[in-house]
Write a protein that binds this ligand. Sequence first.
Ligand SMILES: N[C@@H](CCC(=O)N[C@@H](CS)C(=O)NCC(=O)O)C(=O)O
Length: 212
Amino acid sequence: MKIYEFRRAPNPRRVQMFLVEKNIDIEYVQVNVRNGENRESEYLAINPKSGVPALQLDNGNVISESMAICRYFDAIQPEPFIFGNSPEERGLVEMWNRKIEIEGMNPVGECLRNSSDAFKDKAVPDPRVTKQIPELAERGKMLGNRFLGDIDKKLSESKYVTGENFSMADINLYVFLDFASWIKVIPNDEHQNLLKWKELVSKRESAKVFES
Ligand SMILES: N[C@@H](CCC(=O)N[C@@H](CS)C(=O)NCC(=O)O)C(=O)O
């Protein structure tokens, strides 16, 4: 079993952090998305959509999508509980995972992919040509900043995103913050709750994946 990934890319980071929290060791194979290796036939045979990460099982089957990969390992080894323990907690983790992805990560991705030369004709993770739309970059940055305010407000109510327990939502938020800094969407003095939370999460062993 192995995971195809690109170490410093945000979606692989989500899986890396999750696996450290779970204490699961796995073989990683690097696919250099910067030089387009993920759009070459060898990798497209593994994931036809070209995105990383992708998990290849020992029987050859492939699971792509970061959250699906995490869910696969969670089903094999439920503890420690990262997707919540009680039904309520599970619902909240799912809710915040989706909000962080839809309201945070996607706009930041849209900003980057619609403004950077590196993504010319590659505005979505798909091997087919997709033209950039500069207005989406502008809107993505605005929405990224808006999300900083929203999540700061949420964190004024609880220690972690969904309550008193660390969860996948915290991993997603931590990765979002790093990704957002690429487009200069960065918490400031108005985001004290978020800054305090970031300090807390940065002390976890799993946050060290950002050093690799
Ligand atoms: N929805 C997918 C997104 C995968 C994705 O977009 N991965 C990025 C890296 S963070 C990628 O492969 N980009 C390379 C490209 O678009 O060429 C997931 O959650 O894993």
